[in-house]
Structure formats: structure tokens, C-alpha cells
Design a protein around this ligand. Structure first.
Ligand code: F6R
Length: 359
């Protein structure tokens, strides 16, 4: 069932360009986004959005928080479900509560959803499994249509969740009239190009294989990015940790100077996400600071960057989210190839289970 791929993870990385088309199917009309799961009454009276999730799904939620605020102009906060549960959160009926879960069974996320339901909040679950515990109790369920994900390290679940959430941000933007026609059209055009941006390019895959040799020995990795590339950095670091067992941290690039840069030396690997369309000059200067302190830099960018020790060139796009998705594939391949080189079990990493049904 691996269809000729070495691992389920590899197959699922390749599938992303197909399944994200399924995610959008019937939900994208010529000039707007539509969900059969709910109508515009869902946003009536809503003043803010709160997202709760764990792990990779939390990273999709954090990405979405930038999109909800930027596109739909709705306040949005994101919390890790295991923290949310016990902090005695103050919930407000004008909050739309969104949980994100591939499995729909994660104990902490399920409990957070129950708490929101109990307080009478409108709830939505973004989920990959129909008839799961969460889809049964949320007011509305939006399925991601990723198909079964077998690799313990989540790949296509994340990309499809992010697509659904981006579409939801646009749906709310339509209702709130927060984008001009031109802006909306350019968002929709970019969404349609997502499957293309998720294609695995052989040359990129080869490059990650070659680089994996060099990035095995060191005292740790920092994945850095800004804006939505910060949650992407978190996701890149989580993937590497899960299947390579190497120490990796995702960090907002602008925060490095507030402490972590003290770790910089040639044995500290910095994986820098440097998109063309979003804060390029800012991230560039953060990376320059790390380079000046001798960190080994691997830049992922469509733009040439002289200071990088290694460089993975991505394609140029008009929209930063397309750069986001292409870089996601690079990060997934990179962690997979490091794991292969270390002789680890890519699909079934030690100490992890696909579904975490205990808290
Ligand atoms: C990472 C991974 C986990 C899950 C997390 C939440 O690759 O798979 O971090 O994302 O356990 O799981 P779901 O999304 O099923 O609630």
C-alpha cells in the first residue's frame, strides 16, 4: 500500500498536492468560498475566534490566527488544549470556538471542546475523521479530506487543515467585507495554486538527501521564521524531533537576539525560512546576526542568500502562502531524509502513537 514509496510518510508527502484539491472541491466557486457545513449565520454576533489544538494541529491553528486577523479582521487567539483545559479560561458567548484535530480523538482537545460547548459557545471542529468523538459533539464539522494518514508524523493532515482554515478566513472576510474585490481575487487565485506549490520536486528532494549527511552531528537545530513562517518553523522542528530524535526548536526569528543567539556556534544549525513576499529584509537581518556568530545556516528561500552555508532554492510565487506550502514540503523531506540516514523507523518513531487518547 505504499505505492512504491519507501515509507507511508513519503507517500503522504507526495499526496499533498492531490488531497488539497479534494479539500477545496465544491468549496471554491468562481469568486467566493462556500461551505455546505454552515452558512453566514455562524459569524453573526461573533467578536472573536479562539482556536484550541495539540501538536501539529496547534501549528495549523497558529498559522490560521494570522490569517483570521489579517484577512477577516477578527480577533483570534490560539491555545494548546492541555493548557487551556486547566487555566480556568474565561469564555465569552461571542467567541467562535474552533478545535483542530486530525483524529478527532485527542483527549485534551476533546475536553476543551466539551468545555466550550458547556459554556454555550458556537463550536467548529476541523477534522480528518468523520464520526469521530469531536465531529459527534461539535456544532459544525468541517472535514479536511486528507484520506487516511498512516505515518505517525503528520504531513498531509497539516496541509489540508491549513487550507481549510485559510478558506474559513476568506469565508468570514466575505461576510465582513474586509477585503477589496482585488484582494479577494488574489487570495482565491493563490488558494487554487496550493496543490501545485505542494508538489515534490525531484531536485529539491535530492538536495535534502545530500544535505541530510551534513546535518546529523551538532548540538541542535533552530528553525526560524516570522509571521506564518514562525508556526511553520515550529512544525519543521517538531517533524525533525519526532523522527530523527535530534534536538530542534522552532523560534520566531526576531526573538533570537533575546536569548537563544547565545547558543550560536558552528555546531548550531539554523534552518532559516526566508520567503520573498513577507518580511524578507527582517528575517534576512536576523539570519545575518546568526551567521556573524558562526551558526551554520541552511536558508530555504527563492532569493539567493550569500551568507548561507547551504541553500535550498524554492520557486517564486506572488503569495506568501504558496511559499509557505512549498517550504513545508522541503521541511518534511529534510526531516525524513535525516531520519533515514540515522536508520530510524520513519513511520513509527519511538515513544509516539498516532492518536493520543489519554491526557
Ligand atoms: C505530529 C503529530 C501530533 C498530532 C497531535 C494532535 O506529527 O502528529 O503532534 O498533531 O497529537 O493530534 P490530532 O490532530 O489528531 O488531534
Amino acid at each position: 500500500q505504499k505505492d512504491g514509496y519507501r515509507f507511508f510518510m513519503e507517500k503522504e508527502i507526495h499526496e499533498q498536492c492531490v488531497v488539497t484539491s479534494d479539500t477545496m472541491l465544491g468549496r471554491m466557486c468562481d469568486e467566493k468560498v462556500d461551505f455546505e457545513e454552515f452558512d453566514s449565520s455562524i459569524i453573526e454576533g461573533i467578536e472573536e475566534i479562539k482556536i484550541c489544538a495539540c501538536g501539529t494541529s496547534f501549528h495549523a491553528g497558529l498559522t490560521a490566527s494570522y490569517l483570521f486577523e489579517r484577512l477577516a479582521k477578527v480577533r483570534c487567539s490560539v491555545e494548546i488544549a492541555s493548557e487551556f483545559r486547566y487555566k480556568e479560561p474565561l469564555l465569552n458567548k461571542n467567541t467562535l470556538f474552533i478545535v483542530i484535530s486530525q483524529s478527532g480523538e485527542t483527549a485534551d482537545t476533546l475536553e476543551a471542546l466539551k468545555m466550550a460547548n458547556k459554556e454555550g459557545l458556537k463550536s467548529i471542529v476541523v477534522c480528518n475523521v468523520d464520526n469521530s468523538s469531536m465531529t459527534r459533539i461539535a456544532n459544525y464539522s468541517v472535514l479536511t479530506r486528507a484520506g487516511i494518514e498512516k505515518g505517525v508524523a503528520s504531513t498531509k493532515a497539516f496541509s489540508t487543515q491549513t487550507v481549510v482554515l485559510w478558506m474559513m478566513a476568506l469565508y468570514f472576510a466575505q461576510y465582513k467585507n474586509s477585503l477589496s474585490i482585488e484582494e479577494m481575487n488574489s487570495e482565491l487565485k493563490a488558494l487554487r495554486e496550493v496543490p501545485k506549490s505542494l508538489k515534490v520536486h525531484d531536485s529539491t528532494h535530492e538536495k535534502t538527501k545530500r544535505l541530510s549527511k551534513r546535518y546529523l552531528h551538532g548540538h541542535g537545530f533552530f528553525f526560524i521564521g516570522r509571521d506564518v513562517f514562525y508556526p511553520l518553523a515550529l512544525e519543521g522542528a517538531l517533524k525533525l524531533k519526532e523522527i530523527s530524535y535530534l534536538h530542534a526548536e522552532g523560534y520566531p526569528a526576531g526573538e533570537m537576539k533575546h536569548g537563544p543567539i547565545a547558543l550560536a556556534d558552528p555546531e548550531l544549525f539554523t534552518i532559516a525560512l526566508m520567503p520573498q513576499n513577507l518580511l524578507y529584509d527582517k528575517i534576512k537581518s536576523n539570519v545575518e546576526e546568526l551567521s556573524a556568530r558562526d551558526s551554520t545556516i541552511c536558508a530555504i528561500s527563492p532569493l539567493d542568500f550569500d551568507l548561507a552555508d547551504d541553500y535550498i532554492k524554492t520557486n517564486k510565487y506572488d503569495h506568501y502562502m504558496l511559499e509557505f506550502f512549498e517550504m513545508l514540503v522541503v521541511l518534511q523531506l529534510f526531516s525524513m531524509e535525516i531520519s533515514v540516514r540515522l536508520g530510524n523507523d520513519v513511520d513509527m518513531p519511538r515513544n509516539l502513537a498516532k492518536s493520543v487518547t489519554v491526557e
